[in-house]
Write a protein that binds this ligand. Structure first.
Ligand code: ARG
Length: 500
């Protein structure tokens, strides 16, 4: 439905999945009803839209909020710049490996689909469990908090923006994005496109402003870049968390593989164009910030881009907070949009609550899944801060990104004859796997925090639900009643075996 391409057909027959794995998708016969209609998607995303989806998701809040955090964690401009570039290279390598996975198994749902093929249903379930309950909502919460911080900052000049107000504005943003996406798929896509274009304008403004300052000779903050204490191993890993947040979204196209035209060509090409483009933008933006302010000023600023705007844009300084709110709003919109697809991919195999895969009868939007994600994101907004949520998110996400690298390596041995239209040198997933093990393990050993333990416990707690409800297929009686009630309340119906 990336471009409003939901359609219906009927009657439904069981089909093999598009990966050519021969895995059968079961027709839904839950709640005693068999579908007569298939909600299906069309292949509409070409190379341009593929690049836009990657770039539009990756550029969100991170480049406007993370530079200060990265400086604090690394202690010097030079190390922080190296980490910015290394994050770009790591994202590119990870995404190239995902290109092999995504062209080998062309089902939507990214990690979920690859885990299913490589490891079977239990690990795939654990991914959808963590992703639906933690990863996707925390992405949403972080981006909306950043949105709110910049929106409020625009009106408060003398002091720090009041926390309560920031949280309220973040909640309002979640509700607005939820409304847009429940209202119509086309509206969601239009918001995405307009906001992506606007954020690119903001990026160009920052880069040009920085170039202008450099031409005036403001290069003093770029010299002696490595002056400062060297960070320890754990601090480097958490600095990576901060940087990698800004690059997160590099795998977003893999969630919608079923909608890409000629995926074996367009998926790798979009990745090869999109990620270096973002890396280049981020490197130039970092230099621009340093052309306008000192590292210390960057650390002290609550909103780096606003400080930058005040220094460079004069009477047009208001453009900066406006651009950042647009960028973050667009990224949050794309995040909720992708979350809906994950729900679909997982629930068509019976891995999530049935109701989460239902769509609105007239609007054909996956309202229950979207509402569910938004509720959890709102709770995270109320209880978390941007930095704590980013650490928690990155720690958990990199467990699964590493898992996907291992899935690629495992399948080279277990499924050697699968068609692989795009094949990466095996060293790439091995390197990314080793780095992801480091990223997950280093903070645990260097600065053990109880949150990391909770995250691990939470992942495995999924098994408590997996065994009775998915493996043994038990459904508590009251669930049917709850589902029916919600169906009537929200006017939603089950879709069939295809995602939205
Ligand atoms: N990189 C984005 C930012 O800086 C966050 C993207 C969140 N991830 C995602 N898959 N939607 O705000």
């Amino acid at each position: 439905c990336a471009n409003g391409s939901l359609g219906t057909e009927g009657p439904e027959a069981p089909e093999t999945d598009s990966s050519g794995t021969g895995r059968m998708r079961k027709p839904l016969e839950r709640n005693g009803s068999t579908q007569n209609h298939v909600v299906h998607l069309e292949r509409r995303l070409g190379l341009f839209s593929g690049v836009a989806l990657i770039v539009g998701t990756m550029i969100g809040s991170g480049i406007f909020v993370s530079p200060s955090g990265l400086l604090v964690r690394t202690g010097s401009v030079g190390v922080s710049f190296i980490i910015w570039l290394a994050c770009g290279v790591l994202s590119l390598l990870g995404a190239l490996a995902y290109a092999e996975l995504g062209t080998m198994n062309t089902s939507s749902g990214a990690e979920w689909a690859y885990f299913m093929d490589a490891y079977g249903p239990a690990p795939a379930f654990l991914f959808s469990w963590v992703s639906t309950l933690v990863l996707k909502p925390s992405q949403m919460a972080i981006i909306c908090l950043s949105f709110a911080q910049y929106a409020v900052e625009a009106f408060v000049t003398e002091c720090d923006p009041p926390r309560g107000v920031v949280k309220m504005v973040a909640l309002v943003a979640i509700v607005m994005i939820l409304f847009v996406n429940c209202y119509s798929v086309n509206l969601g896509m239009a918001v995405q496109n307009v906001f992506t274009a606007a954020k690119l304008v903001a990026v160009v403004v920052v880069i040009c402003g920085g170039a202008w300052k450099l031409m005036q000779g403001n290069t003093q903050h770029l010299s002696n870049a490595f002056n400062g204490p060297m960070p320890n191993v754990g601090a480097i890993a958490t600095a990576f968390y901060t940087g990698l947040w800004a690059y997160d979204g590099w795998n977003n196209l893999n969630y919608v593989t079923e909608e890409i035209k000629n995926p074996s060509k367009n998926l790798p090409r979009s990745i090869i164009i999109g990620i270096p483009l973002v890396t280049l933008c981020y490197a130039l933006i970092n230099i621009s910030y340093l052309a306008a302010m000192s590292p210390q000023e960057m650390i002290e600023s609550e909103a780096v881009a606003v400080t930058f705007g005040n220094r460079i844009l004069g009477a047009l300084a208001w453009l900066m907070p406006l651009s950042v709110t647009i960028s973050t709003f667009g990224s949050a919109n794309g995040t909720l949009f992708a979350a809906g697809r994950l729900c679909f991919a997982a629930s068509r195999e019976g891995h999530l609550l049935d109701i989460l895969s239902y769509v609105h009868v007239r609007r054909l939007t996956p309202a229950p899944g979207l509402i569910f994600h938004s509720l959890i994101a709102s709770a995270m907004v109320l209880h978390g801060t941007i930095d704590s949520l980013i650490d928690f998110f990155s720690f958990t996400a990199w467990i699964f990104y590493g898992g996907a690298m291992l899935a690629l390596i495992v399948m080279r041995y277990t499924k050697p004859n699968y068609p692989r239209p795009y094949k990466v040198p095996i060293i790439i997933p091995v390197v990314v796997l080793v780095i992801s093990v480091y990223l997950v393990a280093a903070p645990i050993f260097e600065t053990p925090r109880v949150e990391y333990l909770y995250a691990l416990l939470f992942i495995f707690a999924g098994l408590i639900f997996y065994v009775p409800f998915v493996k043994l297929g038990m459904t508590p009686r009251f669930m049917n009643k709850v589902t029916l009630f919600l169906q009537l309340l929200l006017e939603v119906v089950p879709t069939s075996s295809m995602a939205m």
